[in-house]
Each structure stands twice: as structure tokens, then as C-alpha cells.
Ligand binder design. Structure first.
Ligand code: FES
Length: 249
């Protein structure tokens, strides 16, 4: 395949960015999108040019590091992570626009890499349990109803990639935060911090400058792990319950 890539280039957080155009050929339809970018970077390095900076780690769809807006869609045209997107989703001769996540709470560090430490600070505000975990306990030591276990597992699938924020016209982080809140709040192990968790995580989310949710639903559409929009409703219920019980943060 021969492709025209229009890539966002930005030297650093303070610099002006712009789209740069590159031609790449010899791209196999079996390559992943990141492997295609590796080909581009090898050619840029051989030509003595600065390679394109982009985030990645596992390249298996589990770490949440990869983060590209491809032709206007977070993670591109398939419902998956950028690292699991393959070039068979494109046609020979295509022009592909590649941009970083766009949100004021995710400032660009360089090229396609953004600073997602705001998510880390939301987790630090309450996305944990204080119960000593020690070694793996016997599976039936703390009974968890099957429906609750399934609910927790569904929300635990969030990999914190930030596609929900990038897709949202408000730059809201409600889907991410709700996944983390709901995952722990439904489990007995998460019960001691049930109220403080939701209040503190939502307060931190607001402090980081993420926008408010208007139930547009783009977040759930872009989520590569299928976290449902009702997750946000669940978090709102948890927040109201907690605010009534212990007062707002
Ligand atoms: S690189 Fe880990 S999810 Fe894509």
C-alpha cells in the first residue's frame, strides 16, 4: 500500500504545532497502525529527520498507552486500540490524518504524545482499596454475588487510554472516572471508601479541568473496551448517595 500521512508535528508543549505531510509505501495490510508509523520513523531517521513521537507500550490492547486521533476518530475507524488497528482497515492511496488526543486537560508534550497524568491524579484521589491485600486470598473467602462480580469486571476493563475524553465534545472524563468508581464501589473490598472514593475522584476530575458530561455518548462509542454510557449514571447515583451521607467535598 502507498499512503499519504498528514501528521501533527509539535516540537514541545510551548511550540506551535502544524500538520506535516509524508508519503509512505510498501505498507502491508497485515501491519498494525503503529508498525506503519515505525516504517515512517525508520525512513525519517535514515533521512536525518526527527522521528514522530507517539505513545505505545504493550501493543496488545491492554496498557492504554497508545492514543491517536485517526481521521477524526479516537483510535481510528475500528472499535479497538490504535495498536490493535491494522492497515487492512485502509485502502491503497488513502490520505490519513493523525493527531494527538485533543483536550485541554491533556496538553501535548511532543507531536502525538500528550500528558495524561491527570488520570493518575484522579486514581490517586480514590481509585484504590485500603484493605490489606497480602497474598491472593481463597476465592470464596469473601463471597461476591455473580451479578456484582460481572458488573465490577465490566468496569475493570477500562485501560485508561483517554479515548473517552478525546471523543467528547466537552473533553469530559466521566466515563473513565465512572468506570474506576463503579469497579470498586460494587465490591465488598471497596466498601470502606465507597463514599469518599466517588466524592474525591469527582472533585479531582473537576479540578483537572475536564468538561462536564452532557450525555452526548461519544465517549462510549469510542471506548475500545466497551464501557457503557450507563456507567456514568451509576457514578452519579453513587455521588448523590455519598453527598447526602457525608456531605460534598
Ligand atoms: S500500546 Fe498498550 S493498549 Fe495500545
Amino acid at each position: 500500500m502507498k499512503l499519504t500521512l498528514r501528521v501533527w508535528r509539535q516540537k514541545n508543549a510551548g511550540a506551535e504545532g502544524a500538520m506535516s505531510t509524508y508519503e509512505v509505501d510498501g505498507i502491508s495490510s497485515d501491519m498494525s497502525f503503529l508498525e506503519m508509523l515505525d516504517v515512517l520513523n525508520e525512513r525519517l531517521i535514515l533521512a536525518g529527520e526527527d522521528p514522530v513521537a507517539f505513545d505505545h507500550d504493550c501493543r496488545e490492547g491492554i496498557c492504554g498507552a497508545c492514543s491517536l486521533v485517526i481521521n477524526g476518530d479516537a483510535h481510528g475507524p475500528e472499535r479497538t486500540t490504535t495498536c490493535q488497528l491494522h492497515m487492512r482497515s485502509f485502502q491503497d492511496g488513502d490520505t490519513i490524518d493523525i493527531e494527538p488526543w485533543r483536550a485541554s486537560a491533556f496538553p501535548v508534550i511532543k507531536d502525538l504524545v500528550v500528558d495524561r497524568s491527570a488520570f493518575d491524579r484522579i486514581i490517586q484521589a480514590g481509585g484504590y482499596v485500603t484493605a490489606p491485600t497480602g497474598s491472593a486470598p481463597e476465592a470464596h473467602a469473601t463471597p461476591v454475588p455473580k451479578a456484582d462480580a460481572d458488573f465490577a469486571f465490566e468496569h475493570a476493563e477500562c485501560i485508561g487510554c483517554g479515548a473517552c475524553v478525546a471523543a467528547c465534545p466537552n473533553g469530559a472524563a466521566m466515563l473513565f472516572t465512572s468506570a474506576k468508581v463503579n469497579h470498586l464501589n460494587v465490591l465488598p473490598q471497596g466498601a470502606p471508601e465507597r463514599e469518599t472514593r466517588v466524592l474525591d475522584m469527582v472533585a479531582q476530575m473537576d479540578a483537572e479541568g475536564f468538561g462536564g458530561c452532557t450525555l452526548t455518548g461519544e465517549c462510549a462509542t469510542a471506548c475500545p473496551k466497551g464501557i457503557p454510557l450507563v456507567s456514568i449514571t451509576g457514578m452519579n447515583k453513587e455521588w448523590l448517595r455519598a453527598a447526602r451521607k457525608v456531605g460534598k467535598r
